[in-house]
Ligand binder design. Structure first.
Ligand SMILES: Nc1nc2c(ncn2[C@@H]2O[C@H](COP(=O)(O)OP(=O)(O)OP(=O)(O)O)[C@@H](O)[C@H]2O)c(=O)[nH]1
Ligand SMILES: [Mg+2]
Length: 458
């Protein structure tokens, strides 16, 4: 981005590559209306008001390009804050490429990924959190992900941070003022109000940090490894949850050799279910590789669903597994299978003595709703409220961690009655980290990194 000239005209296809009913080509930058006006022969676009649509023929000299609809937006009231033209044309690859090439011939250049949104940020149309959420919104695959991203695009997260930052700036200014009067031993900034403010910031930051776990779940989904002994019914359970015959089921122990992954949307959260090879000693060479893979999935999955055959596996063996999972797994759920083969479900619960163990019949579709509910509960700890401010971005999380530690430094400084100039340093540090999140403080490398992850045309 070092050669960024953010006033030139950029052009890109805004709709996906490939054939569609309609394709949209977007231009932004000073002079883009004049550029399209040269090609649009049906009326004088330059004389048209902003936010209007115009149907007509697009031509490059004698060459007819397409019959199109042109949308006009005039800066600063546009997505990028600059003049913007969107050309909706017929969605053939040939037409789209011809129009884009013609725009380039008359002075536009191809936009880099995310450059439209970058311009919106540079023109102050949105802050960095909002810009990043635009990419999340485009990538959102579930209702929960869409709602959280939309809340951020609309500035939900930014408002919370801006408010804290403004209050802190006031204090910082007062403390800096004290420095000017350092000979006179005055305190303009009331220390008890500062302590009060720091406590409030600390609570908010703590809540936001906590929300990241949920944010991650909403944005990236949850991996669930279904593990257990051979023949426990893992593949049967996978098929039952997916409602399709995805994995091979048989009465032969050691049927599943390799892991099988499928995605299941439960209440707006994407669970990546991983069926694994049954874990046992003394398996043949190929099966042993599968068992090693199962153990790896068990260590790395967000959640381990340990499935045991409630008819044959005894309390001691299952108890030992629970101890192992407590050491190695992030979260776990114990599920006893094949209750259809015996009726004493209530006694089983007592017998195994694992508090939240569930007892199901994968074969007869019994207890699957309980499993789904338990999975959602394990990762959300109750209902998801996408209205609340949720941190979904690792960059924000890291910056918030730095904010939290700088708050502790300031609090310690006050406790130790540090002089104003030292407090001012910590305060500036804290403001810096808060500003980094929304982009009040940013550098080119950081912007390069953030916007390179966007698609072209956005
Ligand atoms: N009665 C009963 N049988 C079941 C149930 N679930 C699975 N089975 C049977 O148990 C046997 C093993 O099932 P699978 O789903 O292949 O077991 P698995 O855990 O995937 O086994 P591996 O892939 O060998 O590790 C099959 O004969 C299933 O029909 C159940 O809920 N009740
Ligand atoms: Mg299997």
């Amino acid at each position: 981005m070092s050669d960024l000239k953010w006033n030139d005209i950029i052009v890109a296809l805004a709709t996906p590559q490939g054939i569609g009913a309609i394709g949209v080509i977007r231009l932004s930058g000073k002079g883009c209306i004049e550029l399209v006006d040269r090609l649009f022969i049906s009326k004088k676009l330059l004389e048209q008001p902003a936010n209007t649509l115009h149907v007509g023929l697009l031509m490059d000299g004698e060459i007819k390009l397409d019959e199109v609809v042109v949308s006009l937006f005039k800066g600063p009231k546009s997505y990028t804050g600059e003049d913007v033209v969107e050309i909706s044309c017929h969605g053939s690859n040939f037409i789209l490429q011809q129009i884009i090439s013609t725009c380039i011939k008359y002075g536009a250049r191809l936009a880099t990924p995310g450059e439209f949104t970058l311009r919106a940020f540079l023109h102050g149309k949105m802050d960095l959190v909002q810009a990043e959420a635009v990419a999340d919104l485009i990538a959102s695959g579930t209702k929960a992900a869409q709602e959280t991203a939309l809340n951020q695009v609309r500035g939900g997260f930014s408002h919370v941070l801006d408010h804290l930052r403004e209050e802190l700036i006031k204090f910082s200014a007062l403390i800096e003022l004290e420095l000017d009067f350092s000979q006179e031993d005055v305190e303009f900034a009331d220390r008890s109000s500062l302590i009060d403010l720091l406590n409030r910031i600390s609570v908010t930051v703590h809540d936001l940090l906590q929300s990241f776990q949920l944010g991650n779940v909403i944005k990236n989904g949850v991996s669930v490894a279904i593990v257990g002994k051979p023949n426990a019914g893992k593949s049967t359970l996978l098929n039952a949850l997916l409602k399709e015959n995805r994995a091979i089921v048989s009465a032969i122990a050691g049927t599943t050799r390799d892991t099988i992954e499928e995605v299941l949307n439960i209440d707006g959260i994407l669970f990546r279910l991983i069926d694994t090879a049954g874990i046992r000693e003394g398996a043949d060479e190929i099966e042993a590789i599968g068992v090693e893979k199962s153990r790896e999935k068990m260590r790395n999955a967000d959640l381990v669903l340990y499935l045991f055959d409630a008819m044959v596996e005894n309390k001691e063996a299952v108890g030992m597994m629970l101890e192992e999972l407590k050491q190695t797994a992030k979260q776990w759920l114990f599920v006893g299978n094949k209750v259809d083969a015996a009726q004493d479900v209530a006694n089983r619960q007592v017998y195994y003595g694992i508090d939240d163990a569930l007892f199901i019949s994968a074969k007869e579709d019994k207890g699957l709703d309980q499993i789904k509910k338990a999975l959602v509960h394990k990762v959300t700890h109750g209902a998801i409220n996408t209205e609340q401010t949720i941190v979904t971005n690792a960059r924000h999380f890291q910056a918030l961690e730095k904010v939290a530690s700088s708050i502790i430094a300031i609090q310690n400084g006050i406790d130790q009655r540090l002089p104003g100039d030292l407090l001012a340093i910590d305060l500036r540090q804290c403001l810096h980290y808060l500003g980094e999140i929304t982009g009040q403080i940013s550098n080119e490398d950081q912007l390069d990194f953030i916007f390179s992850k966007f698609c072209i045309g956005k």
